[in-house]
Ligand binder design. Structure first.
Ligand SMILES: Cc1ncc(COP(=O)(O)O)c(C=O)c1O
Length: 353
């Protein structure tokens, strides 16, 4: 112990021993969890430079954190975007994406009529209270989308690659074209497909959002959301929402979701196989009136006719091999839903059969 330390009270030593140790000589194989709300530097001048964005680095975790950046970079890379920003939930991410589209009072959002319910509520209540109007359309009917876009001159079109809960497929390339013609931006919620099955930016979407709570995380132990934009111009707004609204992703969740990504490919293949097998079996079940998705012959595939071969393959993979929902013959709402089919969901379901 140095003389200096010998003079310190044990209470002070207990607080400060073991901290500010600097980087280890070796690089860690997996991304460490940087559980630190603030970061320190050798001088105030350096802190000021980092804070002002003149020098790369981290000062305060609401403004950025290395564990969260690792997740953002991973998703920017797999989705093929220019900018990626993580938030505390999928809803926070959708809010940020809409905010980045500079919606001003009087602007219109053309939204898929079967968006995840909270997204529709966000548009109607939060954005609605700022004078932003939401008009809905069936995004599997391109003529309707085109007509409503031409009539309402929206600033944003928003849809889900595979909708929650009815698993309708969005023809992203066609919607991107409609958005371009209307001078609007296209936001695609890619939660259900994940970048393993579809990469919306490749089909012309402007912004992709994820509830990372679902397949990206994959283990039901983390809540998070991510926005990936094709355009660097969105960085200021996306980072601004993160810093000022403050719905930042926790470092612990970022770590869980990063770990989830490593098995995304394996899990999605298995989800698709399981869903296909279940859908085929339930199709012939006496107590099931209708199976949504999961089967090679499915209404939504028709929407993909205009899409070129490679896109069609990608979407069909999502549509026919991904999840499904079923409606009991009683005509009640879909019995099983929307999110990932876990092993226990499947076994519970088998028990019911
Ligand atoms: C398609 C879709 N988008 C967004 C969300 C919202 O995500 P979160 O619950 O992480 O806020 C959900 C949640 O179920 C969802 O299914």
């Amino acid at each position: 112990m140095t003389d200096e330390k010998q003079d310190l009270d044990i209470a002070t030593l207990l607080v400060h021993e073991g901290e500010r140790r600097g980087k280890p000589a070796a690089r860690s194989v997996s991304t460490p969890i940087y559980a630190s709300s603030t970061f320190t530097y050798d001088s105030m001048a350096e802190i000021d430079q980092v804070f002002a964005g003149e020098k790369p680095g981290y000062v305060y975790t609401r403004h950025g954190n290395p564990t969260v950046t690792a997740l953002e970079d991973a998703l920017r890379s797999v989705e093929g975007g220019a900018v990626s920003c993580a938030y505390s939930s999928g809803m926070a991410a959708i809010h940020a994406a809409l905010f980045a589209c500079e919606l001003t009072p009087g602007a219109t959002v053309l939204a898929s009529q079967d968006l995840y319910g909270a997204t529709t509520n966000l548009l109607l209540t939060v954005f609605g209270s700022f004078g932003i109007k939401t008009v809905t359309a069936d995004f599997s009917d391109l003529d309707e989308v085109r007509a409503k876009a031409s009539e309402t001159k929206p600033r944003v079109l928003i849809a889900e690659t595979i909708s929650n809960p009815l698993l309708k497929i969005c023809d992203i390339a066609a919607c991107a074209e409609i958005a371009r013609t209307a001078g609007a931006r296209l936001i695609i919620d890619n939660t259900f497909a994940s970048p393993y099955l579809c990469r919306p930016l490749e089909h012309g979407a402007d912004i992709v959002v994820h509830s990372a709570t679902k397949y990206l995380g994959g283990h039901g132990d983390a809540i998070g959301g991510v926005v990936i934009s094709r355009d660097e111009v969105d960085r200021a707004a996306l980072v601004g929402v993160m810093k000022l609204v403050g719905g930042v992703l926790s470092v612990w969740e970022a770590h869980e979701i990063l770990r989830g990504l490593k098995t995304l490919a394996l899990r999605m293949d298995r989800h698709c196989e399981n869903a296909g097998a279940l859908a085929a079996r339930m199709q012939n079940h006496s107590r099931v009136g209708r199976v949504y998705g999961g089967l090679p012959v499915h209404g939504c595939i028709a929407a993909l006719r205009a899409v070129d071969q490679s896109r069609r393959r990608l979407h069909q993979r999502a549509a026919s091999r991904y999840g499904f929902a079923s409606r009991p013959v009683t005509g009640a709402p879909p019995a099983v839903g929307n999110h990932g089919w876990t092993g226990s969901d499947l076994s519970r379901h088998r028990e019911r059969e």
